[in-house]
Design a protein around this ligand. Sequence first.
Ligand SMILES: [Zn+2]
Length: 84
Amino acid sequence: MRNLLIFVLVLIVIWWVRRALARPRGDGTDGGARGRHEPGAHAITPERMVECAHCGVHIPESEGVREGGHFFCSDEHRRLGVRP
Ligand SMILES: [Zn+2]
């Protein structure tokens, strides 16, 4: 009876170790297909860079301000308006 318990315990340990070892490999293949290979890649999503209508500097769209069809890098440049 005791031998059976030890045998079952060993089986559980083997199953657990195999699962732990297979996990990173599985994420490498499946995760790559699903686009979650690198967790950090999710945070760094490419953002559209837009040119400021006043100074011409390109900044991420979310960081600027939009007014009257024009895009500005800051509130200051929005106030100053479009510069040719
Ligand atoms: Zn600007």
